[in-house]
Design a protein. Sequence first.
Length: 288
Amino acid sequence: MSHRSTSEAAPGAPAITVTVIEPPRGLLNLGARELWRFRELAYFFVWRDLKVRYKQTVIGALWAVIQPFVAMVVFTVFFGVFAQIPSNGTPYPVFVYTGLVFWNYFSFGLSHASSSMIENGNIIRKIYFPRLIIPIASSLTGLIDFAFALLVLGGILVYYRIMPSLAMIAYLPILLSITFCASVGIGSFFAAINVKYRDVRYAMPFVIQMLLFVTPVIYPASMIGERYRWILMLNPMASVIETARVLLTRDGHISFASLGIACAVSAVCLVLGIGYFRKTEQFFADLI
């Protein structure tokens, strides 16, 4: 945030000082220092979103468990039993639920971040604060659902008597960081576009559905031929999910090259998405 003071006055009248508050400019100016100053506001947005989501619901936060669990059952029946999709020797419920845990967090952050500016239009028009806090808080809210889904995954592993690798504890922050950066970066980009073109809120559910099928959630990456495997590696969620499966089931080896590409792609998405958001945020209050 920068301040610029100007003096305006008619001839012979006392000068009037006007202070203009401007957001940081520049494509690569992410405003990290300003975001840190307003970090408590991010906590407020996360807490507010949590209360609004589960207000007047009968089972409350259990929806965070029921939705991925039911999806796992449906995918297991149709893709694991009927379609006989391979799961590399891992029980298909474990295979697909591991993918759903990370995929649901990514899709939640992407969906809610892309619509967050419109949903918070009233407060954006009234006061100044780093607008980037809103899509970031939208993605952080999904961590609560992720934590509940992870507990269920632990129960499924116990049921199938699968002992995950202890390295999962060390890799989990890395996998979460990749997922978070990708969802915030892409979500911020679409949030900025959505301010001007409201078609985004109609297109986003379709985009997320298409992304599900180009991400190895219900099928292993090994089903993709070597000739086209490089395309899959450009999807950071593909490496996140495949690495999580290896760590949980101890089946296979971690592809550090693929994981490195995922880190690079998610970082590029974060920088470019936030950069475009910063470049256009000065017009948000006028367009919303």
